[in-house]
Write a protein that binds this ligand. Structure first.
Ligand code: NDP
Length: 266
């Protein structure tokens, strides 16, 4: 990191809890790599203090923007001034850019990060059949991004079926030509299989899908970064599938967030 001076641009990540977030190290490494005079710091904010925190932060004239994570991704939508189409349809954002006049513009990059992560490992999505386990925050973003990336069809499977139906309806609102189905825990018959549930983070978690139905021709993708080698990925490898770890999604989001925040070499 460059020496912090009065000219250094300030960025923050809003989260609760905060201790586990990896974005400060990654973004500050990115700033150093491109020679940018900026610093990103962790900001521990409780949900009931988010509105007052944002009201104050938007007055900071050297603030470039904010990264937003659990549990604030949905709540920031009511507290920002503008939002991208995708963020509005998903109803959640993970980055806020501070405009020179103090307005905050929201965008959601989880899904684009996932797609760019796949491309970074040589996997294209256009024309492929995709299976998505989950209908929470990450799954919403990834569902929109898969359709935007041109998948031939998307099957959504979630424990709470109503949330899968709701996600389907909102994707169809933005992309009326998309082919979207509601699925079961059986991922067979799809070329790309994605776990976007939180299952696999904790030891003893149930598997997010029926792994006995995985096929050797499938690419099986994980959003979970810790542990790196989830039970799903272990089972997928045993069945001969190609696998995609959760880490490239975050690595690519760092680049995308920097682009959105207008961070360039200085
Ligand atoms: P949410 O809480 O919004 O969604 C959780 C999802 O998991 C829901 O679909 C939920 O189903 C499902 N789920 C949870 N428990 C169970 C269970 N016992 N049985 C079946 N389904 C279950 O979480 P997020 O979408 O925000 O996060 C999901 C994961 O994505 C996390 O591990 C997070 O760390 C990761 N992530 C990774 C990123 C990266 O860059 N690699 C970026 C963002 C997130 P239901 O709707 O029925 O409750």
């Amino acid at each position: 990191m460059k020496e912090i001076t009065g000219a250094t641009k300030l960025f923050g990540i809003l989260a609760d809890p905060i201790h586990h977030v990896k974005t400060p190290q990654r973004m500050n490494e990115h700033f150093a790599r491109i020679g940018y005079d900026g610093v990103l710091v962790p900001l521990h904010v409780r949900a009931d203090e988010l509105a007052s925190t944002l009201a104050g932060l938007r007055n900071l004239r050297n603030l470039g923007g904010l990264i937003v994570t659990v549990p604030h991704k949905t709540a920031v939508m009511d507290l920002c001034d503008e939002a991208s189409d995708v963020a509005r349809k998903i109803g959640a954002a993970n980055v806020l850019r501070r405009e020179p006049d103090g307005r905050l513009t929201a965008h959601m990059l989880d899904g684009e990060g996932f797609v760019r992560g796949l491309r970074s490992t040589g996997n294209e999505l256009a024309g492929k059949t995709a299976y998505l386990a989950g209908a929470g925050g990450a799954a919403n973003a990834i569902g929109f991004a898969l359709v935007q990336a041109g998948v031939a069809s998307l099957t959504i499977a979630n424990r709470t079926a109503a949330k899968a139906e709701d996600l389907k309806a909102r994707i169809l609102d933005l992309f009326p030509q998309a082919r979207i189905h509601i699925g079961t825990p059986d991922p067979s018959g799809h070329e790309v299989v994605v776990n976007a549930t939180s299952l696999g983070m904790k030891e003893g978690d149930p598997l997010p899908m029926d792994v006995s139905r995985l096929e050797a021709t499938q690419l099986v993708c994980e959003v979970i970064m810790q542990p790196e080698n989830t039970a799903l990925l272990q089972a997928a490898r045993q069945r001969g599938c190609k696998v995609q770890y959760g880490a490239p999604m975050l690595a690519c989001q760092i680049e995308l967030m920097a682009e959105f925040l207008g961070v360039g070499a200085k």
